[in-house]
Design a protein around this ligand. Structure first.
Ligand code: GDP
Length: 300
């Protein structure tokens, strides 16, 4: 994956150097941990995450499991792999559907993060899985946001619930609430609510998202974050966590060539699982996030 290019190369080099050693000394371990730390920081991984990661690797690498191993260096590689999986959230976490339909999924995030695109991707996947999704245009901030969702809805062959044209700017909280009722009446079993985002974190918009959340009581609130956002990832994620709170994270634009730090930081700093990864503009460029596969991609 391009986004982890440099990090992968750096880790591969560090771990290859380690493999040339037989028994590992404490100073071999320290040197390796220092290299890993540098590689993570250069990839824009947030400092607290880097510290936590390297502390775990160091502690385990100096412990018994490595001493006893037939191939100590290989054991350290395994530890780095395990710890990557851990900071990426450990387990796969899928959508939790409501016992009583409709399941309500709300999308939140900055403008341009990839929410509208994600709404289409989710709808398409849900249809393939024999669900009956409904897309809801609750982004009434940008003039063409509703239309953009309608285009995505057509591509995903999914109905879009939107305020009537000519009805002024409209109230997104009302639209979202009406949409859930509409879904219940018309037997749509999943409601996907696209909300507005600003370029930066904005108190008024956060309040609006929070009100949509209160009014619709979603089963999932997915925070969509552009993996290219770099060092801002942590502050943005925390602002959305405080302002709206969310149940899961979606990383978008993982096909880009940024440094990947956001991807490696958000699960750990928010304590919320990364549920999906978006890897392109097309509606099929989307996958369930597997922490173990991502760790392997980074270390391959
Ligand atoms: P929103 O403002 O959060 O609704 O973001 P959009 O869904 O409108 O996406 C913003 C831009 O990013 C659009 O041009 C999308 O085509 C593009 N985009 C969204 N997801 C991805 C992705 O995973 N990879 C790439 N390369 N582009 C994406």
């Amino acid at each position: 994956m391009a986004i982890f290019g440099n990090l992968s190369d750096r880790l591969a080099e560090t771990l290859a150097n380690l493999r040339t050693k037989g028994k590992l000394t404490a100073s071999d371990v320290d040197g390796t941990v220092r290299e890993i730390r540098r590689a993570l920081l250069e990839a824009d991984v947030a400092l607290p995450v880097v510290k936590d990661f390297t502390a775990h690797v160091r502690e385990r690498a100096l412990g018994d499991e490595v001493n006893r191993a037939l191939n100590p260096a290989q054991q350290v590689v395994q530890i780095v792999n395990d710890e990557l999986i851990r900071i990426l959230g450990g387990q796969v976490r899928r959508i939790e559907f409501a016992k009583q339909p409709p399941t309500v999924i709300m999308l939140a995030g900055l403008q341009g993060a990839g929410k509208t695109t994600l709404a289409g991707k989710l709808a398409k996947q849900l249809r393939a899985d024999r669900h009956a999704p409904l897309l809801v245009a609750a982004d009434l901030q940008r003039p063409n946001a509703v239309q953009q969702l309608q285009v995505v809805g057509e591509q995903a062959d999914t109905h879009v619930f939107a305020p009537e044209p000519g009805n002024g700017v409209g109230d997104p909280v009302r639209v979202a609430k009406d949409a859930v009722k509409f879904a219940r009446d018309k037997q749509y079993d999943v409601v996907i609510i696209d909300t507005a985002g600003r370029l930066g974190v904005d108190a008024e918009l956060m309040k609006q998202a929070s009100n949509i959340r209160k009014a619709t009581n979603p089963d999932e609130v997915l925070f969509v974050i552009d993996a290219m956002i770099g060092q801002d990832a942590v502050a943005t994620a925390k602002a959305f966590q405080e302002g709206v709170d969310f149940t899961g994270v979606v990383l978008s634009k993982l096909d880009g060539d940024a440094r990947g730090g956001a991807a490696l930081s958000v699960a750990q700093v928010t304590g919320k699982p990364i549920m999906f990864a978006s890897t392109g503009e097309g509606l099929d460029d989307f996958e369930v996030f597997h922490p173990d596969r991502m760790a392997s991609r980074i270390l391959d």
